[in-house]
Design a protein around this ligand. Structure first.
Ligand SMILES: [Mg+2]
Length: 253
């Protein structure tokens, strides 16, 4: 049996046993394919309809967990249902039942202070652009001439933070053509754990495709949940590996 079939079967068994299921979805690369222009990564209609059906079903709880800001997530998904939980900015912001709150407020001003200098540093390594995000420094690399630029840029950024004595306050995240700088204490894993504590007695499943999802995949395992990767190259062993095109089969269970 293929992994996707096994996973669907497992969900069905849980439902038959009247267990409630909490589904955590990363956004880019999980619910939407990775786009060249991140501004246009809209939630596909069929995925959205499926999510709304799940949200309305009392057996499920749904959270979107993304590096994107809440505002961007709202704009791209147009999911207005108040029951859906949005975790934005890598676990910094939370939107639930129409209320926004923050998981941590430390070290945000530090990010703002370093932004202009950090941008200069980034531009000197690779062509690209800064995404407007209030709580992180997010640089999208768009440079086809050189290779290994994510590695190179993160090394240079690390040095930059060290020189400015900020390496204990800020950390670097590497993604697909993205290098981000954000407060040390912010992670998807921290945010997901806080949500899990608010919703005990669920079976948790996390779907992720990138390095930034690893902390959350680990937390879900700690709470006896299921970890699912949509990226065969992810450097973390999950319970299941599925192809991104199969995400809609999960949403339509
Ligand atoms: Mg992703």
């Amino acid at each position: 049996m293929k992994q996707i079939e096994k996973l669907i079967k497992l969900i069905e068994i849980n439902l038959k046993e009247k267990k409630k299921i909490f589904l955590f979805f990363d956004y880019d690369g999980v619910l939407v394919p990775i786009q060249n222009n991140p501004d246009r990564a809209y939630l596909p209609r069929t995925t959205k309809d499926g999510l709304i059906r799940l949200i309305k079903n009392k057996s499920f709880k749904v959270a979107l967990v993304s590096g994107r800001t809440l505002n961007t997530l709202k704009r791209l998904t147009k999911l207005n249902n108040k029951e859906v939980i949005f975790i934005g900015s890598h676990g910094f912001e939370l939107l639930y039942k129409g209320k926004t709150s923050f998981f941590s407020k430390q070290n945000i001003s530090t990010i703002n202070k370093i932004r202009p200098k950090a941008l200069k540093v980034a531009k000197s390594v690779a062509k690209g652009f800064l995404e407007y995000k209030p709580y992180t420094f997010t640089y999208h690399i768009r440079d086809t001439k050189k290779s290994n630029l994510v590695e190179k840029l993160s090394k240079v950024m690390k040095k930059f933070l060290k020189e400015n004595k900020l390496h204990n306050k800020l950390k670097i995240l590497k993604g697909k053509n993205i290098v981000e700088v954000l407060p040390q204490e912010v992670s998807k894993g921290h945010a997901v754990e806080k949500i899990i504590k608010q919703f005990p007695n669920y079976s948790y499943i996390y779907f992720g495709d990138d390095v930034t999802d690893i902390s959350a995949l680990k937390i879900v395992k700690r709470y006896k949940g299921i970890s699912v990767s949509l990226n065969p190259y992810l450097k973390y062993k999950t319970d299941f590996l599925i192809h991104p095109k199969n995400i809609n089969r999960i949403i339509r269970v």
